[in-house]
Design a protein around this ligand. Sequence first.
Ligand code: TRP
Length: 331
Amino acid sequence: MKTILSGIQPTGNLHFGRYFGAVENWLRLQETYTCYYCVVDYHAMTMPYNPVKLRENSWDLVFNLLAVGIKPETLFIQSMVPEHTELNWILNCFASYGQVTRMTQFKDKSQQVETNGDESFISVGLFTYPVLQAADILVYQADYVPVGKDQEQHLELARNIAERFNHIIGKDYFVIPQPLFTETPKIMSTADPDRKMSASLGEKHNISLFADADRIRKQVRSAVTDTGQPAAEMSAGVANLFLLLKACRAFEAHDSLMDDYRTGALKYVDLKEAVADGLISISAPCVARKAELMANKKAVKEMIRESAANIRKHAHKTLLEVKELTGLQNV
Ligand code: TRP
């Protein structure tokens, strides 16, 4: 079976943008591949952060992912497998400085830090972030990495590092990871449909998968619809609501409401109720499963620690081989 690795940052909540954009795809992939799904807490340290919150958020995301249906044996928290950071150092020495300086995510994030002012500073960790990401992937000899557009450049770097390593060491050691492009819907904020649904924009800009039904309905009801675009064009807000219906697989409601739209008979309230129903039908079982998991918090944490210990064996094997190949002490 081919191997997949993916990582997710323990920042913000698990909202429908992330669910339809990434996590739902993880659920499908775990049926056909050996998957390693990593909550990347080392990566979350690269921006100004709070230690207590980091640990809380990491576990919260683990519980959320389990509640959604991610298999426990695929799931772990990055810092439970220190081989990631040890390999990171070694890969730093095979990564091109010039190439790392061209990473656009670093430029965007360092600008964010600068505009946020005073106490913050741009860390070396933020700079070397994509090399740690390469280590995440290469330490499992992953064949594929599911990527969106925003992570394409990072994956290209990982491929280049692996190729350079193989070339310098004179052996086809690392598997060169390939991107796995999947069409996933890009969900926009219902409060501002010109921007992507995101946790960092603030509460009203994302709908949590774990919100209660009333809140979901309220947020959908307040969705922006018309913003004075030409009458012949569908507004971004309405298009986003139709996209959500499709994402929820409410195809019948989608098609009949789309017919109404075409004949000019669409009432936005009907569209919004249908979207709210769709989102709640996905959210409700997840909320229930999360409550069960939370009732067994200790056992669930133990299960993930065990899963991490198993996963670590694979990472450890790679690391010993790499240390052997690079002239380090492999004990
Ligand atoms: N950088 C990714 C993001 O922001 C998260 C990530 C960390 C990741 N390590 C990874 C994604 C390895 C894929 C593979 O979304």
